[in-house]
Design a protein around this ligand. Structure first.
Ligand code: PFF
Length: 449
């Protein structure tokens, strides 16, 4: 009925693809600015604890289901539930997950399009195309639609090529480039005057803020978003992993990479903000709050680069290339979730599925672009604040209560024979059944109050 299933050709291929999914705008923009506005080092600490306590176990649940079922999220959950009711429930959760993946992509592609435009600006400047430079710097509807469309088309083109030649090949090329650009930028920015003030704001903890439930919630939301949880992307990547690779090790490696890059990005973003302040650029808003949102990326940093003359143009190329690469390796994973459902459950071929789903997503992005003030924030909060944690709970419950214990243990043992002596083995199966869903629920209830 369908094309043969793809598979990652190596551990590194999986690691680059899964950490490519995890490392995105959420790490390079979201994490550092949330940390700076929420108690600095205290947020970093809360994030570390929550990432290991909640997000890593939930990531493991997705990888275990995916590799066990070797299928997309809908088919996988349908297979796990053996009775009609649990099967139906499984399919419903699966469809909801991929719908959310598509919706996340629809707003993510808008922001990623802006990054492409900002990348194009200094490039146009270097080539001497001042008309294009000006147009890209504007905020017209056509410009926003065009850059979003181009970004979505890149995403679709990679997914249309399949698991090994598309996802794996591109992630293994782009992720090392991302590390190199990030490190290069940090080294440059850290030696500029003002940088140490940024490091202080980022790292010195204000522990009073730990008592604020809002802080824990933001840290949890950030961890779920950052590890791409709940929407079937990690599940489908897990399903392409070979049986002789150890899931707990792979999951831990992805979590560690994700956290390290988020942390490292803070060493760039906060110092850059304070270097900007040192040069007289405003980094606080009217109410004394740190300009952490679009104002930071699209005003503060571009003004800083503009102040730096020739070097600034290259810095700007490097920074927005970094942002675009981070966004692209994440967006391909978002698209793979619905595409895998369609190719494995209908007769449609991969490239047909990728282009048609991409087109639908682009239409949704266009609707959001045309109604930015009402639809953008609503889509972000519906998908990331509400749906991702709820879906995370559902997937933990599927692994904990519906999957047979021996299936689960076999999946953990595959590629990891000595796991029976580890703490993970003793704790995780119980933890994912009861504690993890309860903790996510508790944190979630705080949002509703
Ligand atoms: N993890 C990505 C980031 O931090 O930017 C965002 C993301 C990717 C969310 C894939 C959801 C997803 F399925």
């Amino acid at each position: 009925m369908s094309e043969p299933r793809g598979q990652f050709s190596s551990k590194i291929g999986f690691l680059m693809a899964a950490s490519g999914s995890a490392v995105g705008l959420g790490n390079i923009w979201g994490f550092p600015t949330q940390a700076a506005s929420n108690g600095g080092g205290a947020f970093v600490l809360a994030y570390l604890v929550l990432a290991f306590l909640l997000a890593y176990p939930a990531l493991m649940a997705e990888l275990v289901i995916g590799r066990h079922a070797r299928a997309n999220i809908v088919t996988a959950l349908d297979q796990l539930g053996e009775r009609p009711l649990t099967k139906r429930l499984g399919r419903a959760v699966g469809y909801y997950g991929v719908l959310i993946a598509g919706l996340i992509l629809s707003f993510y592609a808008i922001v990623a399009g802006w990054m492409l435009a900002e990348f194009g600006k200094p490039v146009a400047h270097l080539i001497g195309w001042s008309g294009a430079e000006q147009w890209l710097g504007g905020d017209s509807l056509v410009r926003n639609l065009l850059v979003c469309g181009i970004f979505t088309a890149f995403t679709v083109a990679i997914i249309a090529k399949g698991v090994e030649d598309g996802i794996e090949a591109w992630s293994t090329r782009l992720m090392p480039l991302l590390f190199i650009i990030l490190l290069g930028l940090i080294l440059y920015v850290l030696v500029q005057p003002g940088a140490t003030d940024g490091l202080k704001t980022y790292l010195i903890p204000d522990f009073r803020q730990l008592a604020d439930p809002g802080l824990l919630l933001s840290a949890m939301g950030q961890a779920f978003f950052s590890l791409s949880l709940g929407v079937g992307t990690m599940l489908i990547y897990g399903s392409y992993l070979r049986k002789d690779d150890s899931l707990p090790r792979m999951g831990a490696a992805v979590t560690l990479l994700d956290i390290s890059i988020a942390f490292t990005a803070g060493l760039l973003i906060l110092p850059a903000m304070y270097v900007a302040q040192h040069q007289g650029i405003a980094i606080y808003g009217d109410n004394g709050e740190l300009l952490a949102g679009p104002g930071l990326i699209f005003q503060v940093l571009p003004s800083l680069f503009a102040n730096m003359g020739g070097a600034g143009t290259w810095l700007s190329v490097a920074f927005f290339a970094l942002m675009s690469i981070a966004a692209l390796t994440s967006s391909i994973s978002m698209l793979e979730a619905p595409v895998s459902v369609v190719t494995e459950r209908t007769r449609l071929k991969r490239s047909g599925a990728a282009w048609s789903i991409g087109a639908v997503i682009f239409v949704i992005s266009a609707l959001i672009i045309a109604n930015m003030s009402t639809l953008f924030d609503a889509t972000v909060s519906l998908t990331t604040e509400y749906s991702q944690p709820l879906l995370g709970i559902a997937l933990c419950l599927f692994v904990g209560w519906i999957m047979h214990r021996n299936q689960l243990l076999n999946e953990l043992k595959a590629g990891h024979q000595d796991i029976e002596h580890s703490l993970f083995w003793k704790i995780w199966p119980f933890y994912v059944r009861i504690i993890c869903p309860l903790l996510i629920l508790l944190a979630f209830i705080q949002t509703l109050r």
